[in-house]
Ligand binder design. Structure first.
Ligand code: PGA
Length: 254
């Protein structure tokens, strides 16, 4: 059975001290009452990662980065390589988040380099996809997201593709308080799974975790996660509060 995953994307929030406190709180709450069937992941800013790794019990909470460099190493001031991320003890890396695509020119060519380096260094990419509002309004979201796949992750070998986690994040729902309806989320997740089946076969599609992201919170997680093709969430704002985050982690429970 595919993995259920709830990953917190802290984005550019919290000081190191604040982030370590948050990690401690999340760890304590997961240990106390987290759903053992859900893999919990926290993705703090780079400078927090080593500290967070040392705080959490890696059997219960995994750590990820929010990005990595497109080059393995060298004269790239300000960049953090996939190898460096791996050397902290982190296991995951978010790649292709819409904010990176929009503000930092993470286009398909750049993402392909990042994906290759993340995979070569044993990190699990959480590959983000999703359409902007105008595309949703035009009704061409399926084609749009499938094209994102074709330009990036559909170029991986089947062996590498199996290592990915996918996050569908309709851009119009990120940080806006607007959530895709449960039906909209299920419809897109089912479509993506069918596109994966077409490309790599049904067994691979059934084994791929597809998370929903975009204003997922303590009140709507249950409904979203009740869908057969929604395998968890990539959570922004609501992951900055340990209580809300835990409620989302426990969103699969009846
Ligand atoms: P949000 O962000 O939950 O604040 O909408 C989700 C994300 O961008 O990962």
């Amino acid at each position: 059975m595919r993995k259920k995953i709830v990953a917190g994307n802290w984005k550019c929030n919290t000081t190191v001290q604040g982030g370590l406190e948050l990690a401690k709180d999340v760890m304590a709450k997961v240990a106390e009452s987290g759903d053992p069937e859900v893999q919990v992941v926290v993705c703090p800013p780079f400078v927090h990662i080593t500290g967070v790794v040392s705080i959490v019990d890696g059997n219960q909470v995994k750590v990820g980065a929010q990005n990595c460099a497109a080059e393995p190493k060298g004269a790239f001031t300000g960049e953090v390589s996939a190898e460096m991320v791996k050397s902290t003890g982190a296991d995951y890396v978010i790649l292709g988040h819409s904010e990176r695509r929009e503000y930092y020119a993470d286009n398909s060519a750049v993402l392909n380099k990042k994906l290759a380096l993340a995979l070569a260094n044993g990190l699990t990419p959480i590959y983000c996809c999703g359409e902007p509002l105008a595309i949703r309004e035009a009704g061409t979201q399926n084609e749009y997201v499938k094209k994102q796949f074709e330009e990036t992750i559909f170029q991986l070998s089947e062996e590498d593709f199996r290592k990915l986690v996918i996050a569908y994040e309709p851009i119009w729902a990120i940080g806006t308080g607007k959530t895709a309806s449960s039906a909209q989320a299920q419809e897109m997740h089912a479509f993506l799974r069918s596109a994966i089946a077409e490309k790599f076969g049904d067994e691979v599609a059934q084994a791929t975790s597809i998370l929903y992201g975009g204003s997922c919170n303590a009140s709507n997680a249950k409904e979203l996660f009740a869908n057969p093709d929604v395998d968890g969430g990539l959570i922004g704002g609501a992951s900055l509060d340990a209580v809300s985050f835990l409620a989302i982690v426990n969103g699969f429970r009846a």
